[in-house]
Design a protein around this ligand. Structure first.
Ligand code: CTP
Length: 420
């Protein structure tokens, strides 16, 4: 395999010194065991692009788990081993480093997870998704810093091309369709023509992928700086419709994504907020079908439903002179991210103002007096007690009570009225 370019200096310049120390140690420990360790995948790609990436994946020609154990010695509390996948994760200062044994993969059927056999670095690189992700840097002995690039990934980086490694790549694993679009848009690259042709041919294969894996890819897109670029491209190519029939990515959704970033700045919008905005225009039946087809977890499914419920209340929220207490009762119990999605997407200023008031102020309003206080004050358990608690809360929300004394006065008044 060609190994003529040495990136040792670049590693030293681009990675934090403690991480470089770790990589050198890993290389030496691997050599002690007559094994070889390499950095692979995204970090190599990003190092060549001059981008920061400390998400280190190490591939070991040998036994990755045994090497990780040997390396950490008595500090075994900093290793997590996944027996099922025969991989190890080491915590080193602020970083996680993954150790995986070099392997080749065979796919029993499209969409299934691959069967894995230990193998060489070259076979390991050749089983990967794209040429730009199929490079490695040696860490052991004389190979320290050497670039291994059997698929010409460096050339494709320079030419800004996304290229698969063999014609069945998208059939073996069609999540690569989403990954390809993500890298293309992240780096401003292009799918090279043959790869694009195969991607389009294999779009139907996406139906064989489990909901869980699709959701993982969608979440990865939401973590990009500009997810809308990926969805626009996916829509044009007919990939988005395979995510779920009826999902479209139009100008409105694009505008909502950018508004979400403005509203959440300096943080990034949560992936949940993007889920809600991507599906905002779908009716509840289509959302329910999507929830069950993709087996969306409750943490996403419930806010998706909440978002529709809040949307149904928008005209009520826009009523003239609506009281804060009414706004509260219309929205209480719904996910705040669903409220935020509606703030971003609604076209009426009045409903937006009501949603903002709820989000910024009302949802956190609480009475000082509790049910047990009322019992101590002689109120008996039952409907009156509940009525009193509601009245106190409404007085708080509507600015009619601002202290414990105000609340007690409301209770006394209701007690007096009740005894008449
Ligand atoms: N990979 C693959 N096929 C997939 C997923 C991953 O071949 N369906 C390989 C690629 O070589 C990739 C590596 O596994 O580089 C690690 O995957 P991942 O962590 O998802 O991506 P990164 O390359 O680290 O890129 P990023 O996180 O920046 O998207």
């Amino acid at each position: 395999m060609n190994a003529e370019i040495n990136l040792a200096e670049k590693l030293g310049q681009k990675l934090p010194p403690q991480l470089v120390d770790f990589l050198q140690l890993a290389g030496r420990k691997a050599a002690d065991r007559r094994e070889k360790a390499y950095i692979v995948g995204g970090v190599v790609r990003d190092l060549l692009l001059g981008l920061d990436n400390y998400d280190i994946d190490l591939t070991v020609e040998g036994d990755a788990v045994a090497l990780a154990r040997y390396l950490m010695g008595s500090a075994s509390d900093r290793i997590t081993i996944h027996k099922q996948f025969n991989t190890a994760k080491i915590r080193w200062h602020d970083w996680n480093i993954d150790f995986v044994t070099a392997r080749s993969e065979t796919y029993a059927s499209p969409g299934a997870l691959p069967e894995i056999t230990p193998s060489t670095l070259e076979a390991d690189l050749k089983r990967r998704d794209f040429t730009i992700n199929a490079m490695a840097i040696g860490l052991s002995g004389k190979s320290y810093g050497m670039l291994y690039d059997p698929c010409n990934g460096k050339r494709d980086l320079a030419d800004k091309k996304i290229r698969i490694l063999h014609d069945a790549s998208f059939i073996d694993d069609s999540t690569r369709i989403w990954r390809g679009l993500r890298y293309e848009q992240r780096f401003g690259f292009e799918l090279e023509p043959h790869t694009l042709q195969l991607l389009q041919r294999d779009i139907p294969m996406l139906d064989a992928i489990s909901g869980e894996r699709i959701c993982y890819e969608i979440d990865c897109i939401f973590k990009e700086q500009y997810p809308e670029k990926v969805f626009k491209r996916a829509d044009r190519l007919g990939v988005l419709n395979r995510f779920h029939p009826g999902v479209k990515f139009d100008m409105h959704t694009e505008e909502r994504f950018s508004q979400a970033r403005e509203r959440c700045c300096p943080d990034s919008p949560s992936t949940l907020l993007y889920w809600l905005l991507l599906t905002y225009d779908l009716d509840i039946e289509t959302k329910e079908a999507m929830i069950s087809r993709l087996r969306l977890p409750k943490l996403i499914a419930q806010p998706l439903r909440d978002c529709s419920a809040v949307k149904d209340r928008l005209s009520l929220l826009a009523a003239p002179e609506i009281k804060p207490g009414e706004i509260y009762h219309l929205l209480f119990g719904y996910s705040l991210q669903a409220v935020l999605a509606n703030i971003i997407a609604t076209e009426t200023e009045e409903s937006r103002a009501a949603l903002c008031l709820y989000m910024e102020k009302l949802h956190g309003v609480k009475a000082i007096i509790t049910g047990s206080d009322l019992l101590e004050m002689g109120v008996t358990q039952g409907p009156l007690l509940k009525k009193m608690l509601d009245a106190i809360l409404d007085a708080r929300l509507n600015g009619k009570a601002s202290s414990r004394e105000d609340e007690i006065a409301i209770v006394r008044k209701m007690q007096a009225e009740g005894s008449k």
